[in-house]
Write a protein that binds this ligand. Sequence first.
Ligand SMILES: Cc1cc2nc3c(=O)[nH]c(=O)nc-3n(C[C@H](O)[C@H](O)[C@H](O)COP(=O)(O)OP(=O)(O)OC[C@H]3O[C@@H](n4cnc5c(N)ncnc54)[C@H](O)[C@@H]3O)c2cc1C
Ligand code: FES
Ligand code: FES
Length: 492
Amino acid sequence: MTHSHSHSHAYHQSNSHILVQEFDYFEPSTLREALALREKYQGRCSLVAGGTHLLIMMKMEREHPEVVININNLPELNTISKNSRRELVIGACNTIYDLRHNAVIRNHYPALSQACQSFGSTQIQIMGTIGGNLCNGSPASDTVPALLIYDARLSIANPSGTREIPVRDFLLGPGKINLNDDEILTSIILPPPPENAVSAFIKVSRVAADLAKANIAMLLVKQDDKVKETRISFGSVSPTVIRVDKVEEFLKDKKFSVNIAEEAGKIAAEMISPIDDVRSNAWYRRELASVMTYDLLNQLWNQSPQPTGEAKLDTLPRSQTKKTDSFHLPATQRKEIQLTINGVSHQIPVAPNELLVNVLREKLQLTGTKYGCGLGECSACSVHLDGKVVLSCLLLAVAMDGREITTIEGLQSKEGDLDPIQEAFIEHSAFQCGYCTPGIIMTVKGLINENPVPSEDEVRDYLKGNRCRCTGYISIARAVMAYVENQQSIHR
Ligand SMILES: Cc1cc2nc3c(=O)[nH]c(=O)nc-3n(C[C@H](O)[C@H](O)[C@H](O)COP(=O)(O)OP(=O)(O)OC[C@H]3O[C@@H](n4cnc5c(N)ncnc54)[C@H](O)[C@@H]3O)c2cc1C
Ligand code: FES
Ligand code: FES
């Protein structure tokens, strides 16, 4: 038997439980510092924001940066503000989850809010950033179709200044973007939508927590019985996310009818260039493009315009970013980090490539947190970071200095009593294979922290990334709803 040492071989053999590769780690504290590092290590470094793409690429041995620069906490990239032209300026490191729940985005840019809601799992939404979503250059991105219909622009910083480009000029091909090795995407600029515009996003995927087979974002402006303007874009059906200009031109100033909507769908199906892959095939994607165009046109035609006027920013809750001093940790050295785990402070020396899950399980013997896929797909490794549910298999331990972690062990009271959610899981037989249960319970606990009385739909949506392959979600949903009802009756 011969052995191939190709990349695909390396990928199939990768051990996703550890991050094998060694790299120097930098945590700059200002954008200026980050740009200087980017310039110095040009071509040898990767930026990390949420890490939900980069760490997977490194675990799969598809990317081998010598240097990793963490930009996630840079204050300049974590703001949302309005500029003098009344445009919304979203810092590149805002998370998908924060954007999903942002009232301004929900009211004025609903397709973007819906795109964020449709995204992977809750944990991926909480960790992943909008800048990371643009910069991984995926044709299946969910936020990019929405950004295209709002004519978004990108602000890109480099050592000599900044440049601004339309999102459509940023996308060059699968994984290819218009960004130089010394540049950092700093913000996404959304102009106010046209007067009386309505807009929405739809995604079709194999299961709720998955990349799209196809997605569509559409903006429509009516004038009496005519379509004044449309903007339509698709993801997952071409080498990049695309605007379908021909469909937009066809619809312009046409009197609306279902026949026109059907015709528009046919033109969309002709304009795209889908491929066969694991998620779908080219034929089905064309059918989808046609049907989704028809459905969304009809939906928007019958929808009343969203509130116009100035986007108010006072409703913006931003999660606190951690203040850090900049530091450099060489690949072969250790840094002593301080972690508060389940209320107890620990000083732990870690190397740049150690993951939070390794520290918890191997250094602290907190083995309640489980290791499943190691690639963000199963959520078995869920823990809380400052009260929010995250995946410990995709977090660099060194980046956690000074943070608060809660694991399943932390749910027990001092007297050793189980948490009422754990009791409800036992009572309603939601403790299934057992291996996934700690991750599921930590996820439910994350939901309850945010929303003490969720509906069953909200419970199911929040848990969409916690994969069960043995039984299903009926007992789990029943246990959570029983817990919620019990809490309500206690507080009544
Ligand atoms: C299980 C799972 C489900 C997913 N589901 C979805 C989904 O439904 N829809 C979807 O669109 N995506 C999905 N993704 C992909 C990914 O999570 C998103 O693209 C996410 O937004 C990436 O953001 P990040 O901050 O985690 O990126 P990172 O991994 O930190 O960065 C991604 C890339 O962009 C570069 N980068 C990041 N920020 C910047 C910046 N400001 N300037 C320049 N370069 C930068 C990094 O160097 C890296 O190359 C999924 C991923 C997983 C693992
Ligand atoms: S082990 Fe972390 S998501 Fe599967
Ligand atoms: S609960 Fe673990 S596979 Fe079903």
